[in-house]
Ligand binder design. Structure first.
Ligand code: UDP
Length: 313
């Protein structure tokens, strides 16, 4: 049986990856320090003998006994509010954490896939974003702690690949949504859903004309799975190119939730907020035969079901 180590296993994307690899017949070893992850996301996996879990912070030396075929490094605070609150941890998990996991991968001759991000493109001057775009990042702005941590992560991973011949995969993840997002993580989609369900104002930052492109988590996981098993070592964008304004997202959520009390509550636009974002997925299409399948109207319904249950708990 092949074995995969997933860091950030108790997080939104990490927990979906655990589900997927177990479904594919792997032994899954999860690791998380539960800083932003939650055990409730993986508690259904504990009865499975093919799953084990380490409550561990990957910025400290990582020891895992036994063979490891694959390592997926998904541990990190990932929402703007989280990395504003935890700037040092965010920098450490992308740098020290990645270094530890690369060392582990080298010692066990594992293939490693690291979770990079569309944030490496910063506030992009090229649209849509292709993998060969170097980005427009403010290193000392509020988002710099995340952006630079992920850029360093890519750099050190490529160095291990080139210098040590380590097998590496780099996924650049664009905005993703679905069940197990944290209601209070501050991101637009969970915030709007919770606000609409509670009949509060939807906090649209600025005039809401900034754009994002939202990918349903199942599509993302499929792309990551294919990338891991591919033989391509350079970064690959995985995301849904269906781009909308944040105002349009707020309106769609208000309509879907159907709470007559919900309204738009304009707030100040945060510093360095990217104005546009859309993945160019030509490479993923060609290399992996992958493209997103779940349209937003469908993905939002599944996600809303999850948030309704969470808020009624
Ligand atoms: N946003 C918003 N209201 C919120 C949270 C976010 O209008 O309550 C905006 C934010 O300014 C950004 C977009 O929605 O332009 C997406 O923000 P998010 O935090 O979801 O992720 P980002 O793509 O910026 O990392």
């Amino acid at each position: 049986m092949k074995r995969v180590l997933i860091t950030g296993a108790a997080g939104f994307i990490g927990s979906h990856l655990c589900d997927r690899f177990l479904k594919e017949g792997y032994h899954v070893t999860g690791m998380d320090n539960l800083l932003t992850g939650a055990l409730k996301n993986i508690e259904h996996l504990f009865p499975d003998a093919r799953f084990d879990f380490y409550h561990h912070d990957v910025t400290k030396y990582v020891h895992v006994p036994g063979d490891l075929d694959y390592i997926l490094h998904f541990a990190s605070p990932a929402s703007p509010i989280d990395y504003l609150k935890m700037p040092i941890q965010t920098l450490k998990v992308g740098s020290l954490g990645t270094h530890n996991l690369l060392g582990l991968a080298k010692s066990k001759a594992s293939r490693i896939l690291i979770a990079s991000t569309s944030e490496v493109y910063g506030d992009p001057l090229i649209h849509p974003q292709k993998e060969d775009y170097w980005g427009n990042v403010n290193p000392i702005g509020p988002r710099g702690v995340y952006d630079e941590s992920k850029r360093f992560m890519e750099a050190i991973t490529m160095a291990y690949h080139r210098y040590h011949g380590l097998e590496a995969r780099i996924v650049r993840i664009f905005n993703t949504y679905g069940p197990r997002m944290r209601i209070e993580d501050g991101r637009a989609l969970p915030a709007f859903m919770a606000q609409a369900l509670r009949g509060e104002g939807l906090t649209v930052y600025g005039d809401g004309s900034q754009t994002r492109s939202f990918c349903y988590v199942d599509d993302l996981v499929e792309g990551i799975y294919r990338l891991l098993l591919s033989d391509y070592s350079l970064p690959v964008n995985i995301g849904n190119p269906d781009e909308i304004t944040i105002m349009q997202l707020a309106k769609e959520i208000i309509q879907l939730v159907g709470n007559p009390k919900a309204f738009i509550d304009y707030r100040e636009l945060p510093e360095d907020d990217p104005k546009v974002r859309q993945p160019d997925i030509t490479l993923a299409r060609r290399l992996l035969g992958w493209e997103p399948k779940v349209v937003r109207s469908e993905g939002l319904v599944h996600t809303l079901e999850y948030f309704r249950k969470e808020l009624n708990k």
